[in-house]
Ligand binder design. Structure first.
Ligand code: CA
Length: 237
């Protein structure tokens, strides 16, 4: 029953177009930690060449690049035969509203302003990917007879409602988005609580325990597996 989300095994491939090495390192670290595949182009010509080669799921495009501007690359991609639908997030140091509007008018899907926090960037990447790929924006997640409805915020096990707190529901949602994939406690904290210093591994364990309990109390099997030394995974059988 998990075929609707089977694609989640293929991690999205992001092309980062950025000439500042320190920023490339920071972006790569944060994006890879989130499970994205990352390729990097450091100037405009390379950007088009690499985009043609890898057909990325999303391009993070710096505005100020040597040679040609990110804006002109954005225009070229939008006019490109095979790449024109690729989502683009512009990264800009420019704060003026006029420039943002120009970016969006020229086909960027969103923008982030430097300096940005990794959390903000990841949220924007995820949102743009969701909008661009209907499979990522399913109202309903289903794994092995367990269904989560994002509109009604309801979880059903074979038509029996499973009573969950919002935190437990969010934990389940994150794991249902990537079944059979080990989610580290760090990853779960970032996705469920955000960058919150108050939350430690024990908080994750406690909420996982409650989630398991709620699932089994509603008659569902225990979908959650402990992955020793890492965290947790949701098994689809
Ligand atoms: Ca730059």
């Amino acid at each position: 029953m998990a075929q609707a989300i089977a694609k989640s095994g293929t991690e999205p491939h992001l092309l980062v177009v950025e000439d500042e090495e320190a920023l490339v390192i920071l972006l790569r670290y944060n994006l890879e930690r989130e499970g994205y595949q990352v390729s990097v182009a450091m100037d405009g010509d390379d950007a088009i060449y690499m985009a043609e080669a890898i057909e990325p799921d999303l391009i993070l495009l710096d505005w100020m690049l040597p040679g040609r501007s990110g804006l002109s690359i954005c225009r070229e991609i939008r006019a490109h035969k095979t790449l024109k639908k690729t989502p683009i997030i512009m990264v800009t140091a420019r704060g003026e509203e006029r420039d943002m509007i120009q970016g969006l008018k020229n086909g960027a899907d969103d923008y982030v302003r430097k300096p940005f926090s990794p959390t903000e960037l990841l949220a924007r990447v995820e949102a743009v990917l969701r909008r661009s790929d209907p499979k990522r924006d399913m109202d309903q997640l289903e794994v092995g007879g367990l269904a989560l409805d994002r509109n009604s915020v309801e979880v059903l096990w074979e038509d029996t409602p499973v009573a969950l707190s919002l935190t437990e529901l969010r934990l389940l949602e994150v794991m249902m988005e990537r079944p059979n994939h080990a989610c580290s406690r760090d990853f779960l904290i970032t996705r469920v609580w955000g960058e919150n210093d108050e939350v430690d591994f024990r908080t994750v364990d406690v909420n996982i325990r409650r989630l398991r309990q709620a699932l089994t109390e509603s008659g569902a099997p225990d979908f959650v597996r402990t992955v020793r030394g890492i965290g947790y995974a949701l098994k689809d059988s």
